[in-house]
Design a protein around this ligand. Structure first.
Ligand code: HEM
Length: 175
């Protein structure tokens, strides 16, 4: 539960930061983008923990009142969200590691842990990095769009079960 809410807040904050970073005053952009990267890589670490936790502690079964289609939809949305929680930081990380400005703009995780870019990508030739930089940014943006859609479905689904079906859906995720 704690991991669910921490990751949820970090992801929503990071979407906002990613979308507004370029519109901030010039002096703030660099630190906003670096904070975005630090939050994103932290989400990746927490997502690994979350998955391990989930395999070790399977969640309680869904209520019997849910139809087979609702169960399938809920499970599909949950696993697609897990996939995006990995895909978004990984594509951002690859995009940033291939950035031609990386050597002159060192990035330290939370300003503390240096050299967190992917060395194997940094070592590639300039033309290949340029392509990787562009392709993985497009993927990052598209996975962002997929996240908005799935997050909306996830929230609408949870609220529907809670208030329409009268199932204690939110209580499943609260202590
Ligand atoms: C929770 C994980 C993440 C989420 C939800 C996320 C989401 C986003 C979004 C929504 C954008 C704006 C895209 C647009 O313009 O439509 C963005 C931009 C960007 N992301 Fe991420 N991101 C994540 C992780 C990362 C990571 C780990 C890195 C790099 C280490 C990264 C690097 C970037 C960069 C460089 C930009 C462009 C910022 C700018 O110059 O405006 N992201 N991200």
């Amino acid at each position: 539960m704690a991991l669910h809410w921490i990751v949820a807040v970090m992801i929503i904050g990071n979407v906002v930061l990613g979308l507004v970073a370029d519109d901030l005053p010039d002096g703030w952009i660099r630190s906003a983008v670096d904070t975005h990267k630090s939050i994103g890589l932290t989400v990746l670490g927490l997502a690994v923990l979350r998955l391990l936790w989930r395999f070790a502690n399977p969640p309680p079964p869904l209520p019997d009142s849910y139809s087979p289609a609702e169960r399938l939809g809920a499970h599909a949305a949950h696993w697609a969200l897990y996939a995006l929680i990995f895909a978004l930081p990984i594509t951002g990380w690859i995009h940033d590691s291939a950035w031609k400005g990386a050597p002159t703009h060192p990035f330290a995780l939370w300003g503390v842990i240096p050299n967190v870019r992917i060395g194997a990508i940094e070592a590639l030739d300039a033309a290949t990095k340029e392509r990787i930089h562009a392709v993985f940014f497009d993927l990052h943006v598209w996975f962002g769009y997929a996240l908005y859609g799935l997050l909306a479905l996830h929230i609408v689904g949870a609220l529907k079960h809670q208030f329409w079906d009268g199932e204690p859906e939110l209580q499943r995720m609260l202590p």
